[in-house]
Design a protein around this ligand. Sequence first.
Ligand SMILES: [Zn+2]
Length: 88
Amino acid sequence: MTTWFSDTCPCIIDVDFSVPQQTFLGWTHKCEIHKDLPDASLKGQIIAQNAIYKIPNDGNKAAKATNDAAKKTEMNRINALGPGVWNN
Ligand SMILES: [Zn+2]
């Protein structure tokens, strides 16, 4: 089991990455834009949102820096929308 922190939203989920289907196991935090999603669709939506910022890992430092900045901007935008919900 891996606790996965998205780098484009503040969601924190537990995923079993050892199996091909990468089974969703649970969540610790749902961010403001994902807080109303049912557990069954949470992982897919987080990964889809994260994938918007996926770039080739080709060593292009300028492209990576631009992409990192865009991800940080998106993270800050979502954080500013509200606190999301914590699973206690
Ligand atoms: Zn999220």
